[in-house]
Write a protein that binds this ligand. Sequence first.
Ligand code: 5GP
Ligand code: SF4
Ligand code: MG
Length: 456
Amino acid sequence: CGVFGVLVASEDEQASFAVFDGLYALQHRGQESAGIAAVDDGRITVVKDLGLVASVFDEATLRALRGRLAIGHTRYATAGDRGWENAQPLLHDHAGAQIAVAHNGNLTDPPQTPAPNGRIPSDTERIAAAVAEALGSATTPAAVAEAVAHALAPLHGAFSLVMTDGQHLIAARDRHGFRPLCVGRFPDGGWVVASETPALDVVGASFEREVDPGEVLVIGDDAQASSSLPGPHFQHLCVFEFVYFARPDAKLLGREVHGTRRRMGEHLARVAPVEADMVMGVPDSGIPAAEGYALASGIPYGQGLVKNRYIGRTFINPGAAQRRQAIRRKLNALEDNVRGKRLVVVDDSIVRGATTRQLVALLRQAGAAEVHLRISSPPYRWPCYYGIDTPSRPELIASRLSVDEIAQELGADSLAYLPLAHLRDAVGVTHGCCDACLTGAYPETVSEAAAAGAGS
Ligand code: 5GP
Ligand code: SF4
Ligand code: MG
């Protein structure tokens, strides 16, 4: 998911327009629903719906969302719940007070007992209820920060949150910092919180800093306050933010993501060389690593596939047949460019293998002489419980088959993955990053019940 929030300084500016721009820049983080919660005169109004940011909001709707403080969300459904009722921000009423919550991540605590109406509260509902109850009559930023830290203390798993209580812009991150979150400032003094830095750039804010793992940051008109969740904090940002998820122009942990992807490709060329005529990337996510592979190998870079730029990410569609059709709609081969050539085809990851099998077939139909797959991450063998919707182990091709068997299954002439040590080196983070889906070493234990619910 993408989360975003702003508090603008000037009385005659509306926050909703900036939130729209920020969400538009974060569209890649979730394409199932979009929403904005705006604070006008202390009251919170939410507009949200299924669909892309640009189809949920038009100028009239944004104009109607008055006020200087607003938050927003783009949703990428995990755990299969794709309905309207899960669109965010979530508005929660408690004892006459309101809060709105936008959440990126997944809790790993056992699901709660059903509410009186029989429904099991969603992760975001749990967070909203806990925060609303803890807030009580807190009004100063410092008191709000303490209360939010207290409410979030017992929760485990991944949460990068942007919230408002009708007075403050509130940001918080779990103790591991699984999902990114950063803070920016407008030149005239307003504040922005966003999943990724490009969303700061588009609204004209400058990067201030990342929200720390385990930090709660509360921004009011006249003051800010920060508090921390009790217990140890870690730097376990998801390594797949670098490999695939984040925008290439995002800066995470002080590095531009594109450069880390290019380095992944350079390492891949060194550890898995092959004689070939052209290096190509699978659009869009495989392209920076292909650039790196070509640079380091000296093999010319070219394009072998064209992507329909109006189609979003295919991975997220439920059902194998739907995914197959979606991939066919999305990618087509450039016949003149691939005919008779020995190709190095670089992609970021193989999860189920469906996408890759199809595009190998596509390239062969277009006349490719050889297809050598090079993947800029290690084999993906374990489900993610921290906010990315991956299938259960039997559906992960690398947890069933060896590398040679995968190559066969996908119809490739050869296949090589980037070893973990090289991935870490390319990212340049020696002290951490979650890589549990590659190693099985989960930074935080996952309750059996939560594990059974996730990755489905
Ligand atoms: P598959 O080969 O498993 O069908 O698809 C893998 C491709 O889906 C990857 O190359 C990647 O570009 C894309 N993808 C979309 N969403 C995700 C995600 O959440 N995680 C990973 N690892 N890949 C994803
Ligand atoms: Fe990211 Fe994998 Fe960790 Fe999930 S398990 S947070 S996808 S590195
Ligand atoms: Mg891809």
